[in-house]
Structures are given as C-alpha cells and as structure tokens.
Design a protein around this ligand. Structure first.
Ligand SMILES: *[C@@H]1O[C@H](CO)[C@@H](O)[C@H](O)[C@H]1NC(C)=O
Length: 250
C-alpha cells in the first residue's frame, strides 16, 4: 500500500515536473501575430524597423560588426533573402559553407538580441543572378513556366523551401521555438507578375498560401490607409519601392 502511494506520488511529481518543463519551453516562445493595425509580439503592437543584410554578400567575419552597426542604428530586425542557386548549385547538392552559412548568420542575429525576418523566396529577385533560380532548374526536362502552377517547378520549389524550413526548425530558430525569426516569407513581390501569368499564377499562389495557415495578403487600400495614418501621426518619410516601374506599367 505504502509502496503504491509512493509510486503514485512519484508519478504525480513526474507530471508536475513535465508541466513545469512545458511551461518553461512555452514561456521561452515568442508569440507573433497581427491585428488590424500592426504585427503583435507577445500581444504587444509593434512598430518594427528592419534592415537588410544579405549574408552571402559579406564574409562571416563581417557579420557581427554589420549586425552591431545596424543595431546601433536603431533597427529591431535583420532581414535577409535565402539564395537558392548559391545553396543548391547542382540538383540535390548543397552548399552552406563559409558566407553561405545561413544558420550561423541567423544565430549571429540572435546573439545580438535582434529579431530576424527570413524571406525564403526561393525566387528572390534581390539584384541577384536569375533572382536566385538555379540554372539546372531552368534546364529541367518538362519544366514550362517558373513561378506558376507548373508541377515540375512546384516540386523543386517545395523541396528547397521545405529543406530550409526544416533546417531552421531543427536549430529552433523560429520565434515560436524561442528563436529570433518573427516572420518568414514565401515568394517575392508576386503582385508584379500575377496578371500576365493569369490562372497559372492564381493556382500557384493558392497552393503555397495554404502552407502557413492564415492569409497574409494585405490589400493596396489597406496599405494606403496605413500610410495616411502614419503621416497623420507625425510620420515624415515614406518610400514606395520602384514607383517608377509602377508608373510605366500604368
Ligand atoms: C527533396 O527531394 C529529395 C529527393 O530528391 C528527398 O529525399 C527529400 O526528402 C526532399 N526534401 C523535402 C524537404 O521535401
């Protein structure tokens, strides 16, 4: 009887410690969400200033200093693209060495107490050769139109994107795991090419949008309203990236 009670207490203790452990891991996690006005981090609306540092464009030795300078300049987050053709120069042969060490780069951001924004693409534009598409992808048998609902393309794109997400998850670098990555993005400025690609574009977007759960799209009207409010509240400088391009298109 005493023995049984003792076992029961032990089991109870085990559950209590397990619960404590779970609580510890969940308090470590950062909850990132959004409401009608802003991105929220642990329930607080945040105005986030992010600075881009593209890791392959500098050496590993430069990263701490670059990130520190950005932090001293007042940013909350460091944003980077992921460069597919650099990481997978030959199909299923990967390179994450030297200045391609994405995990080390994100950990360096974390060491500096900043958030990270990961734009996986894997089409990234980014003033980078072929926007990050590997040449082997372009030359694949049966591939038709990149960045659309082309099954050959989608298979390769999902494979690389999935691998990056897995790598980052394994290192517990997402905010939900206690890591610094508050936002991750698939594709890049897709609105620009959506119209000419037509139905194949719509099917493609519907496909990858379902990966993350909620719909992250923000309408132009909503954005314009946010900009108007920014000025109303004393904002003084705002930039429409590549506005000339839009003007020409119209
Ligand atoms: C990518 O494809 C390879 C086969 O070519 C497969 O072994 C691997 O699991 C795939 N990775 C992902 C993340 O889908």
């Amino acid at each position: 009887m005493a023995c049984l009670t003792f076992t029961a207490i032990l089991i109870a203790l085990f559950w209590v410690s397990l619960l404590l452990l779970l609580q510890l891991t969940t308090t470590n996690a950062t909850k990132v969400s959004h409401d009608g006005r802003a991105i929220t981090i642990d329930g607080q609306r945040r105005l986030l200033i992010s600075g881009s540092i593209h890791y392959p464009r500098s050496t590993t030795k430069m990263w701490p200093d670059l990130i520190k300078k950005a932090k001293d300049g007042g940013v909350d987050a460091i944003e980077t693209y992921v460069f597919w053709n650099a990481h997978e120069p030959f199909r299923r042969q990967y390179d994450f060495s030297g200045n391609l060490d994405l995990i080390r780069f994100i950990k360096t951001i974390q060491d500096h107490g900043l958030y990270a924004v990961l734009r996986i693409g894997p089409y990234v534009c980014a003033e980078w050769n072929y926007g990050g598409f590997p040449l082997w992808l372009h030359n694949m048998r049966g591939i038709d139109l990149l960045r659309t609902a082309d099954t050959v393309y989608m298979n390769e794109m999902q494979n690389f994107t999935g691998m990056i997400v897995d790598m980052v998850k394994q290192e517990k670098l997402f905010a939900s795991q206690g890591g610094p990555i508050i936002l991750a993005q698939v594709e890049n400025e897709y609105g620009n090419v959506m119209k000419p690609y037509g139905d194949a574009a719509k099917a493609y977007v519907d496909w990858f949008k379902s990966w993350g759960g909620s719909d992250p799209m923000r309408t132009a009207e909503d954005l314009a309203y946010a900009v108007a409010r920014f000025f109303q509240l004393g904002g003084t400088f705002q930039n429409y990236y590549m506005v000339l391009y839009i003007t020409i298109m119209n």
